[in-house]
Design a protein around this ligand. Structure first.
Ligand code: SF4
Length: 385
């Protein structure tokens, strides 16, 4: 499947940019992230900007999201060069321009860099407000730095703030979870992402679980932490619009909505995925290999694939049913050429009878119970199911 297909010209309104470097590796993390690779950062920035100049449309973007890794890790001058270069390559006008930030590295200088580059939204990786739990997660920051980072971002002119929280950390009680959520809402962010911790294959956390030094994942416990978050955030004015995402009115992440609504996007940087119609492709993971490939041939694509209409339908349902609004079946049928109501009539009927799915006019969506059992429901829509 490896190919060097020319994927340069995609007419997408959304772009994701990956900055894969971190101060150190968190033991639960399975992202494409690297610690101890500072020597690669300058060449990586050069390659990223070269890829951006080739692949961004130059006529503006609705959303641009810079994630990682830790985008705020490292030298402020290099970050300024990257962000300004990205904005220029995007053609200047970017509707929602988000950068992920670590509370431990979002200092005043970095906030000024973000603002000057036109960033109008920061996503702050708080994860917990309890130093003991931050220690379990291996995070570099302390709880006291979170509020200061949020205040600094606002005072520095970043209009919108999102906070990330991890739920059901090993050893965390429901009362401690509730305290974390109160600390979140006290900071009055515009948006909250609250993901239950998952034990990912190949991570130090997975090894600790195998050796009995961390508890086995427990679905019931995970759900009770998630339900607590749903209720506590709703009471504070944050509506759940996706399984793990909550926003004040009008503050949903436009970038993430684009993924969940199956829009096209351009992915730049090491390990980044791109999506255009039925085509998907992915860049190589390693940042040094990525930089060498861009330098040598102007592209770093590791694989590309073309979906059949069945696979495209599954992908659209897998993403769209994460949203509380669900999917529009007429829109999917006309865009993908296959109607879920015909292809999956039996599964839809079964899940509607079980109270997991709702059909409302042309829309299909999960009920609150269905949102708890998303993986089970989605398995029925697998192309060969
Ligand atoms: S800071 Fe984020 S990307 Fe980096 S190692 Fe930790 S979880 Fe992974």
């Amino acid at each position: 499947m490896a190919t060097t297909t020319d994927t340069a010209h995609v007419d997408a309104a959304h772009a994701y940019v990956h900055l894969p470097f971190c101060a150190r590796r968190c033991p639960y993390c399975d992202f494409n992230a690297y610690a101890g690779r500072d020597a690669d950062m300058d060449a990586y920035a050069d390659a990223l900007l070269a890829e951006a100049r080739t692949r961004l449309p130059g006529t503006g973007l609705e959303t641009l999201y810079v994630g990682g890794g830790t985008p705020t890790y490292g030298d402020a001058g290099r970050l300024a060069r990257i962000l300004e270069g990205l904005r220029e390559a995007a053609g200047g006008a970017v509707g929602e321009f988000t950068v992920e930030a670590n509370p431990g590295s979002l200092d005043g200088e970095k906030v000024a860099v973000l603002r000057d580059a036109g960033v109008n939204r920061v996503s702050v990786g708080a994860q917990s407000f309890d130093d003991a739990h931050l220690g379990t997660l291996g995070r570099i920051h302390e709880a006291s730095q979170i509020g200061r980072a949020v205040d600094r971002a606002r005072a520095g002119g970043i209009a919108r703030v999102s906070l990330d929280l991890i739920l059901a950390i090993p050893g965390q009680s429901l009362a401690e979870q509730a305290r974390d959520l109160s600390r979140v809402t006290a900071l009055e962010p515009d948006h909250v992402s609250a993901y239950v911790l998952t034990i990912e294959e190949g991570t130090p956390f997975e090894r600790l679980v195998r050796r009995g030094r961390l508890p086995e994942p427990d679905d019931e416990r995970d759900l009770s932490h998630l339900h607590l978050a749903v209720h506590q955030l709703a009471a504070a004015g944050y509506a759940r619009y996706e399984i793990s995402n909550f926003a004040r009115p009008g503050e949903a992440s436009r970038h993430n909505l684009a993924y969940w609504r199956d829009a096209d996007w351009i992915g730049l940087g090491a390990g980044a995925h791109s999506h255009a119609g039925r085509s998907r492709w992915k860049n190589v993971d390693d940042p040094a290999e990525y930089a060498r490939a861009i330098d040598a041939r102007g592209a770093a694509v590791e694989w590309t694939e073309e979906s059949t209409s069945e696979v495209a339908l599954f992908d659209a349902l897998m993403m769209g049913l994460r949203l509380v609004e669900g999917v529009d079946l007429d829109e999917l049928a006309s865009r993908l050429g296959v109607d879920a109501r015909e292809r999956h009539a039996t599964a839809i009927e079964k899940h509607v009878r079980a109270g997991l799915l709702l059909v409302e006019g042309t829309r299909l969506r999960l009920t609150p119970l269905g949102l708890d059992l998303t993986s089970y429901v989605l398995r029925s829509f697998l192309p060969d199911a």
